[in-house]
Design a protein around this ligand. Sequence first.
Ligand SMILES: Cc1ncc(COP(=O)(O)O)c(C=O)c1O
Length: 454
Amino acid sequence: MTETKVLLPESALPDRWYNVAADMPNRPQPVLHPGTGQPVGPDDLAPLFPMELILQEVSEAPEVPIPEPVREILRLWRPTPLFRAHRLEQTLGTRSRIFYKYEGVSPAGSHKPNTAVAQAYYSKQEGRERLATETGAGQWGSALALACRLLGLECKVYMVKVSYRQKPYRRSMMETWGASVVASPSEETQTGRAILESHPDSPGSLGIAISEAVEDAAGRGDTAYALGSVLNHVLLHQTVIGQEALAQMDLAGAFPDVVIGCVGGGSNFAGLAFPFIREKIGGKEIDVLACEPAACPTLTRGPFAYDFGDTGQLTPLVPMHTLGHDFVPAGIHAGGLRYHGVAPLISQLVLDGLVRAEAYAQNDVFASAVTFAGSEGIIPAPESAHAIHGAVLNAMAADDEGVERTILFNLSGHGHFDMAAYDDYLAGRLEDVALPEDEIQRALAAIEPLPKPA
Ligand SMILES: Cc1ncc(COP(=O)(O)O)c(C=O)c1O
């Protein structure tokens, strides 16, 4: 029987990030300047990001070295464990083998510090003293607050209002690491003030919070903007997850038939999946599955189009699956999955048939989360529970088909700050949000005038 935990020594921490763009059959289309409709260049992005990250954003190199000071901090929690979910398999009575990579062992409780540390490091190297960002569930804000603290930078976090209310202790956590946190939409930016004027009760959204953080960073020379997902360099930094998982699956004497992750902007999914997609492009047969909420079904119901990354239309135009930058998802508990777009790299891989997507209702997702907690012990983040649900459905489908599969999913974080969501689920108060097609079409009208992908 395979061991329950497959652990790697610190010496096995990857020293390179893997860049899937180098191997993709079709590179993503360029990001466009909204004013000119032309591809954005490094100079356009320089006010917001350190140059090293801009170069990573457009890099075609298959591998990018990880600076030693970044690895030194990653060693605080990496390599992370790979678990064989023996007890979940028994609970489900499945013949399939289920493995999960657990990113909740980081100090902030999720995969997000993998890129936060890298982004804070390059920002500091290039002389910035402060980072501004948005956060949905609070996981990304916590990760950046941690990274800024460890590297000696100031940190300002615009936290989506619904999460700010649902998760007061995420705010305390960020403040413990020295960050300053404000509920978004806030009175502190033009975008925030305009939204509050027209929608005083706005629950906020990641799209709105991004606008606020971008406006903050663009207005100050000492500040860089840090994004927790979507961009190529963010996905790149997460690939330590999949590289470790490949080595750990090898130690377990297994290789996955199915690789699963939840998708908000796409970073934890990419982190696990991209090194396996390298194998898939190299000829291995792997089903790569992205799981999203039915209340924000970007990959399953949104078109592939150029759209703004934020509600205030401050960012460049990004080629991606999108529900429209005006789309404000219902206040479901998987706050980190409430984003109108998905990373261009993942969107292109979906277009090219290398990744497929499914959308789940939140009560079903919580049912799987509770089953998981009752067998494996870990209480998962509601975001990560989408991947658990994907794995459970996959194992049950394999049993129905009379086959055995090896299933690997990313458990991107723990849910210790999400207990209000569990309270709601256990009390039967969670609603499954039906999203009528005309509501999606209404939101998509906002992208009609924008350039179309080739
Ligand atoms: C635990 C966890 N998983 C997943 C996500 C979704 O983000 P991404 O798709 O970038 O991994 C979040 C976002 O906040 C998160 O906190």
